[in-house]
Design a protein. Structure first.
Length: 542
């Protein structure tokens, strides 16, 4: 019996000692040290100093965004310990720390509530005065001892005072209405922010084992999907003899739920959300087209038996051929994919604050001084104005991305253009806006434009002149572009009778003139073409 008692006591002691030997859990916070923002997504670098005890323990890094991509988590430490695992989890018991905007809205609600209470108190006072006045207005009577003059003064006082109190009551009601409207607007905004911030927080649980207790610095990296950046440019030119200044900037946004405060930002032109695996092409099969046959379920069986079936098909009619569907889907997938490889990174040397509001925040990247050649460009058929173009060279190594550009010329804002660095040209053309000091006029020449019928065919001739005058005080070079039609039918013949000295691009039906005009000089070009087609037909687009 004694041995049995000792055994039970030992089991009891061991049972209560098990929790003491269980895995130790240590909560820790980590601060954001740097952020690499991709075109879509961002990589966050966290750093935290933790006292790690000897043995096995779980380090729980709290108050992290809930949108962490768990498969991208990487953990490193600067001491001799073993990292066993890193697991991401959500904590529904602890919400995010209150946002500054939330606190401001709460303060506004408190102030509005106090103002509403004051108005309500003032309304009570006014109502009391009105009740008191009404209770003492019946002073007229045979035994009051008041003269007519006294009664008149009493009623005048009542009317004046009641009118004053009515006005005060109306003003207070109007003030109360506006305060309630403001209160509701602030409350709605607060509800929206609370729905955003009262969300579960993320946690990363890092399991480690260490031979000794040590002060350890952990670095954790992971990807977030709800962030990114887009390029925007300022392009400035003093005059047509100067280089072009290109200010390369970025609109950075993030909506992770955690504000980035005083962090080092790196911008990458890569996109981790795009697959890094190239596509594999599959055979492209052709077959004869068989129209799909739609069957009315209520049609008589005799009617179905008389319908023609596609050769090789079963009499059990189907609405869609699955083999054809798979082939067309595969072809569409591989003919619409375009991928551009851009992997430049821009390290920003000063820290930035980027709040979690989903709004764009501007970050300057680089400023470039680029050589440019200037010329004018006009398409008089579509627009009689001449446009100043700056052809920028030496731009290929700047790692530019397609984006909007704000154009400034001679110190004034000209407008917005679009920068397309994916062009394979040697120079990058930038439109600097209209210049109405170059006067252009395009007219149809009636004497040369005529119509003839020859046998079964009709011939129509068209002739146009373009007049260009330079009213500037300096010489300019201008590129004029016009066109003549291209036939898409064998019975329609188009002949360019006179190109007017233009360079002809026959495949596109394009005419190009390069003109040099001195100050106040005027030049004219003329071109003529003929269209021949059957006289009983009508030509579209002529």
């Amino acid at each position: 019996m004694k041995r049995i008692g000792i055994l039970i006591l030992s089991i009891f002691v061991l049972t209560f000692q098990l929790p003491l030997c269980a895995q130790k859990s240590i909560e820790a916070t980590a601060s954001i040290k740097s952020v690499t923002v991709y075109l879509q997504g961002a990589e966050i670098l966290l750093r935290s100093n933790v006292t790690v005890p000897s043995g096995s323990s779980d380090i729980v890094f709290t108050n992290l965004p809930q949108s962490v991509n768990a498969s991208t988590i990487q953990v490193s430490a600067n001491t001799d310990l073993t990292i066993l695992s890193a697991v991401f989890q959500l904590n529904y018991l602890t919400s995010k720390k209150e946002n500054v905007q939330v606190q401001l809205l709460k303060d506004s609600l408190e102030l509005l509530s106090m103002q509403l209470k004051k108005v309500a108190g003032q309304k009570v006072i006014v109502k009391g005065q009105m009740d008191l006045l009404n209770a003492n207005k019946n002073v007229a009577g045979q035994n009051t001892g008041l003269s007519m003059d006294q009664l008149t003064k009493m009623y005048d006082f009542y009317a004046t005072k009641m009118n004053e109190l009515n006005n005060q009551q109306l003003e207070l009601e109007q003030k109360e209405k506006k305060l309630n409207e403001n209160y509701q607007r602030v409350q709605n905004q607060l509800n929206e922010l609370n729905s955003k911030f009262n969300q579960p927080t993320g946690e990363i649980v890092v399991s480690v084992t260490s031979k000794i207790s040590s002060q350890t610095t952990f670095e954790i990296t992971f990807l977030l999907p709800d962030a990114g950046w887009s390029p925007i440019y300022d392009i400035r030119s003093k005059d047509v003899h100067s280089n072009v200044t290109l200010n390369y900037k970025a609109n950075v946004y993030q909506n992770s739920g955690t504000d980035w405060k005083d962090v080092m930002v790196k911008l990458s032109t890569g996109n981790p959300t795009v697959s890094a695996t190239g596509p594999l092409i599959t055979p492209w099969y052709l077959d004869f087209y068989h129209p799909m046959l739609r069957v009315n379920a209520n049609a008589p069986s005799q009617q179905l038996s008389n319908m023609a079936l596609p050769q090789g098909k079963s009499e059990r009619l189907v609405e869609k051929d699955q083999n054809y569907e798979a082939a067309s889907s595969s072809g569409a997938d591989y003919t619409t994919v375009v991928q551009t490889q851009l992997t430049a990174e821009f390290s920003i040397s000063i820290p930035y604050d980027i709040p979690s509001d989903g709004k764009p925040h501007l970050i300057a990247i680089q400023d470039y001084d680029l050589p440019a050649a200037y010329h004018y460009y006009a398409v008089p058929k579509l627009d009689n104005d001449a446009f100043l173009i700056a052809d920028i060279s030496a731009w290929e190594d700047l790692n530019l991305l397609p984006g909007n550009a704000n154009i400034f010329f001679q110190g004034s804002y000209v407008g917005q253009s679009y920068l397309d660095p994916l062009s394979t040209k040697d120079t990058l053309p930038i439109s600097l806006g209209r210049d109405r000091s170059i006067v252009i006029k395009r007219e149809k020449v009636k004497d040369f434009s005529k119509e003839k019928i020859i046998g079964e065919n009709k011939k129509q001739s068209f002739s146009y002149t373009i007049n260009v005058k330079n009213t500037k005080k300096e010489a300019v070079d201008i590129k004029l572009i016009d066109q003549y039609p291209i036939s898409q039918q064998g019975k329609i013949e188009v002949t360019l009778d006179d190109g007017g000295g233009a360079t002809v691009v026959e495949a596109a039906g394009k005419l190009i003139w390069i003109l040099h005009l001195e100050s106040n000089e005027e030049k004219k070009v003329q071109f003529t073409f003929t269209v021949k087609y059957p006289k009983d037909q009508v030509i579209g687009g002529l």
